[in-house]
Design a binder for this molecule. Sequence first.
Ligand code: URA
Ligand code: CA
Length: 436
Amino acid sequence: MIITELIEKKRFRGEMTREELEFLVSGFVSGSVQECQMAAFMMAVCINGMTDRETADLTDIMMHSGDTADLSDLPGVKVDKHSTGGVGDTTTLIVAPLVAACGGTVAKMSGRGLAHSGGTLDKLESVPGVSVEQTMERFKEIVRKIGIAVIGQSRNLVPADKKMYALRDVTGTVRSIPLIASSIMSKKLASGSDAIVLDVKMGKGAFMTTLPDARKLAGEMVGIGKNLGRRTVAIITDMNRPLGMAIGNGLEMKEAVEALTGKVPLTDPLVRVCMVLGGEMLLLSGIASSQEEAEAKLTEALVSGRGYMKLRDMIAELGGDVSFLDDPEKLVRTSSVKPVCSDRAGYIGALDAKKLGLASCVLGAGRLRLEDVIDPAVGILMKKRCGDPIEKGEPFADLFVNDDSRLGDALKMILEAVTVTDEKPEDLPLVYDIIR
Ligand code: URA
Ligand code: CA
């Protein structure tokens, strides 16, 4: 097969055969297909799409590009959770410990930030000492001991996705239903959990910006999961606005700790979404038989501090210095903190989650190029939510900055992201749909 012909086939809307996809993916993993060629192919997929058959084949090929984990020797239902990528979305760091504190078994392999969205691994690594690279044996040992482990994909788990994901991150080829569905489901299937809860984000800060697209992505992933015998549920949640107040790795870890130690109200959107996601995880695990019962259990785990202890135990098992959790201010020490103020009075009418996510990347919280190194302490801490009143000259955010040369660009994006209006904006739903 000739690589350029395969690229052109998709460019002109052809349907790839399984053999052709296999040639591309395995060639890319082994190095015979170059990065520029894979990027060109993926851009063609972004523009021209894939049939359900192509997506299913791509998922299967990716899943088998490396090892698959066997968790069958761990007790109970192993439940996993995955988000399609959001901003200010620290749900994994809150939900996974709460579910474990309720008796669930969470054996999760997480990802890094992608484009403007954050990644759990980068957040975990904001705690000094944490190593997200663990052997399969050690991973299972931690799960057996404390009921929860969130680590990076083991070295040879879906190597195809590792390489494709890194390339998509820097080539504008993230936003594609077949590429997202195959990326997520190849990893979820290879990492061996029995049940999977998918958080499909929808809105300005999500890769799916409309409800029909989010439903299509959710349906495709639930279909792939079911076909391979995993209990899979997708929840479509809002990502027009950042979910929490913190955007940036240390800031988000701090926010997760605050949520788990009762410093964030239970009515807060971040906690509400955690209750819905965690509820589905407990239902799939057979630990609760209704969403109300699940929520009561999760709330008890939060209020009692047992959820926090699970996070703390896990960080300790990963080699992290837990004094940074007990005193989370230590996570966000930067050379300066700069308030950003409103130039008029009114209400916060819109907070563009994508622009805020990108601004946080510009400050150093995410990657703009393949070789970029993340600064764990930098980012944006919002002081206002959509709908909050604001005075002229009042700060709506604090910027945590280490490199002042990045400040100008970031500030410009933040000012574009925040709209102050005369009228109070309408509330948006937090959860749009649940697809079982
Ligand atoms: N998360 C993933 O793991 N993959 C994607 O493509 C998008 C979000
Ligand atoms: Ca993610």
